[in-house]
Ligand binder design. Structure first.
Ligand code: FPP
Length: 242
């Protein structure tokens, strides 16, 4: 979608996905425990939802906890789970106030039960909202999502509900956690790493990638504008020629 930002017209991505990396290094630079970096990251995330909506983004999908993150120290995992509890306490109200529809993607069954209950409440209460669709990936892994999708579809074939011919790319997309969300147009990864780290493997097929050295807690409007400019200057051909 074309949008004027600070006097310049950009092609703004409809769906922006973000790998929020660098919380640990942000904390280390300040001689703080890692969890303080995650706390700062959570504050930044609140601000960023407003910023990206203001810039014209409609779908915003962030990687908060991967299926691999359970391998971190027990202290850090517990600290992040506690942060989710605090962050989610008033998330439904904040979602309603800001007209945000909130969804959690990932395998929710392995998340502590009280957090699952909070998630259900947030998703139900914000479902009618028509502004930013904000998706948070928790216990999410692209391969795990594809595995769950394959198991689901195999079950349907076995039950005779569908046949092999029904398994189109659209059908596969429609059986992922993001079944009703368009694919991301732009992926941003902060903190200088240039990896996909098992994020939205199917959905990122045609996305543009923007990498920045900014650590996630320092992410800001200016850097989002740089990413949008980068995206806007690209010539997306989806494998075709011009
Ligand atoms: C990566 O930084 C960050 C994470 C694994 C956790 C992301 C979590 C948040 C931003 C918290 C806020 C989210 C919600 C939904 C409340 P890292 O720890 O890998 O940093 P490092 O690479 O510098 O060590």
């Amino acid at each position: 979608m074309k949008k004027e930002i600070d006097g310049v017209v950009y092609d703004v991505p409809q769906h922006m996905a973000v790998i929020m990396d660098g919380n640990g290094r942000w904390a280390k630079k300040r001689l703080m425990p890692r969890v303080m970096g995650h706390r700062a990251g959570a504050k930044t995330l609140e601000r960023c939802c407003e910023e990206v909506w203001d810039l014209g983004v409609k779908y915003f999908t962030v990687y908060a906890f991967s299926t691999e993150n359970w391998k971190r120290s027990a202290d850090e995992v517990a600290g992040i789970m506690d942060l989710f509890r605090t962050y989610m306490k008033d998330l439904a109200e904040r979602g309603i106030k800001n007209n945000m529809r909130i969804r959690i993607i990932g395998d929710k069954t392995a998340i502590p039960q009280d957090i699952q209950d909070m998630i259900r409440n947030i998703e139900e209460k914000t479902a009618p909202m028509t502004g930013l669709q904000f998706n948070i990936a928790i216990n999410y892994g692209g391969r795990d999502e594809i595995r769950r999708m394959v198991a689901k579809i195999a079950g349907k074939v076995k039950a005779g509900e569908i046949t092999e011919e029904d398994i189109t790319e659209e059908y596969i997309s429609g059986n992922l956690d993001t079944w009703d969300i368009p694919d991301p147009d732009l992926l941003i990864r902060t903190s200088g790493e240039e990896r996909i780290s098992n994020y939205l493997l199917w959905q990122l097929a045609y996305a543009e990638f923007y990498f920045t050295d900014v650590l996630w807690p320092d992410m800001n409007r200016n850097e989002f504008i740089k990413a949008i400019k980068y995206y806007s200057d690209r010539d997306r051909r989806y494998g075709g020629a011009k």
